[in-house]
Write a protein that binds this ligand. Structure first.
Ligand SMILES: [Zn+2]
Length: 265
């Protein structure tokens, strides 16, 4: 199912190397992922998440704070009965790992090598790829469902890789997501706008389901540090406000998500 990033032919895994018929080859790293992010597509040496944000996300998510979202996504996948899933922007793999249980073939792709390295240790059943959303690493019409959780939505590429009647599942922060936390960090809080994705996708996709998931959280100082480090708040907030918030314990805040399920027109 994987596509050569150089010539776009099919890649086949032999021993620990993915090869295409034009002799481009990509070795599996010892952690079990493959890097298909070829040099000419790179904009920086270490694109994507930093080691700190990946570690913070792994620690925060492993405590189950966002389990209500994970469970709801699994419920949707159970009803869809798809065989192939591509998770775009898989990060350190918390949701990808859960989604894999409900499909036959699961591929996770992220531009951040540090994140994919962590992800690869989590679940050996998944094909983990370092790559970019600008060129999704799979062949045309090979995927039953693409997922993008808090990640970019490369619409033309999703259209290319999806099978006929394929699905696209998008998770975005709801307007009130982590409102109390953002109030503590910023002088002015801008609400998230989840509906912009529906408008962006409406030419080529039909919205078939929309769900809202809320997770009330009581966060320790350590949880707050991790949560801030895994979001853009880490560099957007004023340092003194951030330090003040990170000292709190039993901080109450609600995470709110929108799950949008689209079908290709
Ligand atoms: Zn090739």
């Amino acid at each position: 199912m994987l596509m050569c990033p150089v010539c776009r032919e099919q890649l086949t895994l032999n021993e620990r190397t993915w090869r295409c018929e034009n002799a481009h080859s990509f070795d599996l790293a010892k952690q079990g992922y493959v890097n298909l992010h070829v040099v000419q597509h790179k904009h920086s040496k270490t694109p994507g998440d930093t080691v700190e944000s990946v570690t913070a996300r792994r620690e925060f998510l492993s405590k189950g704070h966002y389990a209500p979202l994970k469970n709801e996504i699994e419920n949707i996948l159970k009803t869809l009965n798809q065989k192939t899933l591509l998770d775009i922007g898989c990060g350190e793999g918390y949701y990808t790992d859960a989604m894999q249980q409900h499909v036959e073939h699961c591929i996770g792709v992220d531009i951040a090598k540090t994140a994919v390295q962590r992800a690869a240790k989590l679940n050996r059943e998944i094909t983990w790829v370092v790559g970019t959303g600008a060129i999704l690493p799979v062949q045309d019409k090979s995927i039953g469902i693409c997922t993008s959780l808090f990640s970019p939505i490369p619409q033309q590429e999703i259209l290319r890789v999806l099978k006929k009647d394929g699905f696209c599942l998008v998770v975005t922060p709801a307007p009130q997501h982590l409102y109390a936390m953002r109030e503590a960090l910023f002088d002015q809080v801008n609400l998230h706008e989840p509906n912009k994705f529906v408008q962006q996708l409406q030419d080529h996709f039909t919205l078939v389901e929309q769900k809202r998931v809320e997770a009330p959280l009581t966060l320790s100082s350590e949880d707050l540090k991790n949560l801030i480090a895994m979001t853009p708040y880490a560099y957007k907030a004023k340092p003194e406000k951030r330090q003040q918030l990170e000292k709190q314990n039993n901080f109450e805040v609600t995470a709110c998500f929108n799950i949008l399920l689209f079908i290709k027109k």
